[in-house]
Every structure is written in structure tokens, then in C-alpha cells.
Design a protein around this ligand. Structure first.
Ligand code: NAD
Ligand code: DAU
Length: 336
């Protein structure tokens, strides 16, 4: 694994993966293909050595650029996607284009040049789970039924089905990972945790959807990166791996912790309109990843990870201030 193509590598999780590879695997050269949509940012790759990382600005649905890059690498890891549920409810079109046709384009090129492919998917392809009763609740497994709720998750589910079909019909050497909610540095300010942190830092009030009882299964982004590397280099072709760190928390509890860590009163937030079709709960059973590949999360204390994330946004105002007003104006227009 000497030459990697990381698509979507200028976004939140992709850039963290590129940084992880550069730091931990010195023999690997990374080419990033990224369209630099509203969520992509050159600054996410700032400071990385030019002889280790090359950024190509382009679209994963553009067969010409994809062909030119795929033919010269050993593997492709696809992070590129339209990734935000709320946006997919307002305008699903770019989700269809990138998350389905873009993946199709990558698959065709990897098939042609027999290149190893890894698809970054999401736990949301499995729909949602009921809230725990007396502390007990089911978890998603690799055999859970696909029943996505939003246009976003439906396009991610579609991509997974394409990958599996290319493995079976064309012998493509591919794997899929379905991860739970990530947090950490470089996450765009539209997402829940950075939105609330930057609301407080910019004198706005945090916003909680619905009744705040919805549960997400949080994992630190560096643990996600390590898991993807293990799957890419040691995983079984054709398999799906679920990635999660036993980090279930309600949105209300996460916000309460952010308010506490940022010295705000416990009631210093606004309740806002709920998301239509809002998934109730996610929870990951990552047994295959742990048992087969020996992966374990290293950031096991959510409060510590969150404190470090708050510190990152506090010390990087130039990174987020430019997009904050636009993101909040869009949310305001939507009643959120
Ligand atoms: P993000 O929105 O921060 O980044 C997406 C990146 O993809 C951006 O750099 C963007 O410019 C790029 N991109 C979009 N369309 C493109 C195209 N057509 N061609 C090339 N590049 C394009 O997203 P993220 O949160 O970093 O998520 C990355 C991946 O991980 C996505 O596939 C997402 O579905 C998946 N995922 C995210 C989470 C999470 O908690 N954020 C959890 C599990 C899985
Ligand atoms: O589970 C993995 C998924 O996690 C990824 O596939 C997606 O790409 C990623 O965006 C994330 O999806 P969510 O919809 O769970 O993330 P989001 O940050 O948008 O919202 C997290 C929860 O917080 C969700 O229940 C909605 C709620 N929320 C969100 C925002 C932005 C609020 O209560 N207030 C807010 O302001």
C-alpha cells in the first residue's frame, strides 16, 4: 500500500485520515481528490509535506479525472460525499449525483485497473433503533436490514449496494465500513457538536432539535481513521465492518456537557423545530472489527475528547468564523 487515493480528503473525516496516514505510515504517498464543495477546505490539509500529499481539485463523478488518478494508485478510500441530513431534506439532487453516481464512477475505474477500493459508509443505512428500555437496547450489526430514512442515508445505502454488486459480479477487491457519529477537529460548523461550540464562542445560543432525546453513538475521528487503516490493509475483501466506540449519548446530554465545559448556564440554549423523519437512536456492534482485526478505540473518555475538541475550535477561530454566519442564516430560514 504505497500510493493511496483519498477522495473527499479535504473534508472533516477524510482530512483527519490523511493526517493520520502521514503521521503513522511514512512510506505512503497520498493523492487527495476533492471537489472543494462548501464542506471541503484546503486549510484542512495545511502543513502537510508536499512530497507526501498532493491535492487534486476535481469531482469523483468525472470519469476522466478519476481514470487518470486511479490507474496509478494501489488503493482508493472514498470519503467524498454530500454528508449532511438537513441539507438532503432541502435539496437531494447533489446527494444523488455524488453519493451514487460518484461512487459508480470510482467503482468502474477500480474495476478497470484492479485497484483495491474501500467505501466509507454510515450506520444510517440501517435506519434507526428504539430508545433503550431500562438500559437495554439492540445494536446495528453487519446483517441488520437496510432501511435508510433520509435522502442522505438512502444515497449512502445505494452506494453500499453498488459496492457489493461490483464485488460479486466483477470480483472487485472492496470493503465497506459503516461508522457512527464522529467528532473532533476540522468538522464543518453545520454539524451538531461544532455548531453548538461555535454558537457559544460567537455569542449565539445553542440549538436543540425536537425534545433532545435522540441518541447518537459518538466516536472520536482519530479512532475512525485507525479502524479504516486496519480494514484497508488487513480486512477481508467483500466484508462490511461496523465502526463504533460504545459512545451512546442523547443530544440533550451532549449539549449539557458542552455547556458545562464552556462555563455556560445549563438552560442557555433554545429548543428549535425538529428534523423531519429524525432518526431516534443509533448504536453500533463493532465485534467483527474488534475480534477479527484487534481494533479498540483509544479515546474512551468522551468528556476528555470533547474538551480537546472545544479547545481546538477556541484556538482556530480563523478556520470557522468565515462560514459561521452563512450556516446560521440557512438554519434560521429553516426554523432551526
Ligand atoms: P464532509 O461533508 O465534511 O466532507 C465531504 C468532503 O467530500 C468535502 O471535502 C467535499 O468537498 C468532498 N466532496 C463532496 N462532493 C464531492 C465530489 N463530487 N467529488 C469530490 N469530492 C467531493 O463529510 P464528513 O463528515 O467528513 O464525512 C466523510 C464521509 O464519512 C462521508 O462519506 C460520510 O457519509 C461518512 N460518514 C460521516 C460520519 C460523520 O459523523 N460525519 C459518520 C459516518 C460516516
Ligand atoms: O451516524 C453517522 C452520521 O452522523 C453520518 O452519516 C452523517 O454524515 C453525519 O452528519 C451524522 O449525521 P447526524 O444527522 O446524526 O448528525 P448531525 O450532526 O446533523 O446531528 C446530530 C444530532 O443532533 C441529530 O440527532 C440532530 C441533532 N441536532 C443537530 C443540529 C445541527 C440538534 O439537536 N441541533 C442542531 O443544531
Amino acid at each position: 500500500m504505497k500510493n493511496l487515493l483519498v477522495t473527499g480528503g479535504a473534508g472533516f473525516i477524510g482530512a483527519n485520515f490523511v493526517r493520520y496516514v502521514v503521521a503513522q505510515h511514512p512510506a505512503v504517498h497520498v493523492t487527495v481528490l476533492d471537489k472543494l464543495t462548501y464542506a471541503g477546505n484546503r486549510a484542512n490539509l495545511a502543513g502537510l509535506p508536499a512530497n507526501r500529499v498532493q491535492l487534486v481539485v476535481g469531482d469523483i463523478a468525472d470519469a476522466t479525472v478519476v481514470d487518470r488518478l486511479v490507474r496509478r494508485v494501489d488503493a482508493v478510500v472514498n470519503y467524498a460525499a454530500e454528508s449532511h441530513n438537513d441539507r438532503s431534506l432541502r435539496d437531494p439532487a447533489p446527494f444523488m449525483q455524488t453519493n451514487i453516481l460518484g461512487v459508480y464512477t470510482l467503482l468502474q475505474a477500480c474495476r478497470q485497473y484492479d485497484v483495491r477500493f474501500h467505501q466509507i459508509s454510515t450506520d444510517e443505512v440501517y435506519g434507526d433503533l428504539p430508545l433503550r428500555q431500562n438500559g437495554v437496547g439492540a445494536k446495528f450489526t453487519p446483517t441488520s436490514r437496510y432501511q435508510p430514512s433520509s435522502p442522505y442515508s438512502a444515497t449512502k445505502a445505494s452506494a453500499d449496494l453498488l459496492v457489493n454488486a461490483w464485488v460479486r459480479s466483477f470480483g472487485l477487491r472492496a470493503t465497506i465500513s459503516n461508522c457512527s457519529n464522529n467528532y473532533g477537529p476540522y468538522q464543518y460548523v453545520e454539524k451538531f457538536i461544532p455548531r453548538q461550540i461555535t454558537n457559544i464562542l460567537s455569542g449565539r445560543r445553542p440549538k436543540l432539535y425536537g425534545n433532545g432525546a435522540n441518541v447518537r453513538d459518538w466516536i472520536h475521528v482519530t479512532d475512525h481513521s485507525r479502524a479504516v487503516w486496519e480494514i484497508l490493509t488487513r480486512g477481508t475483501v467483500g466484508e462490511t465492518y461496523l465502526i463504533g466506540a460504545n459512545g451512546e449519548r442523547s443530544n440533550r446530554d451532549v449539549l449539557a456537557l458542552i455547556l458545562k465545559l464552556m462555563d455556560q448556564p445549563a438552560d442557555a440554549f433554545d429548543w428549535v423545530k425538529d428534523r423531519p423523519g429524525h432518526d431516534v437512536r443509533y448504536a453500533i456492534d463493532a465485534s467483527r472489527l474488534r475480534d477479527e482485526l484487534g481494533w479498540h478505540p483509544e479515546v474512551t473518555d468522551f468528556e476528555t475528547g470533547l474538551r480537546q475538541t472545544i479547545a481546538w475550535y477556541r484556538t482556530h477561530p480563523d478556520w470557522w468564523q468565515g462560514s459561521k454566519a452563512t450556516v446560521e442564516a440557512d438554519y434560521r430560514q429553516n426554523g432551526q
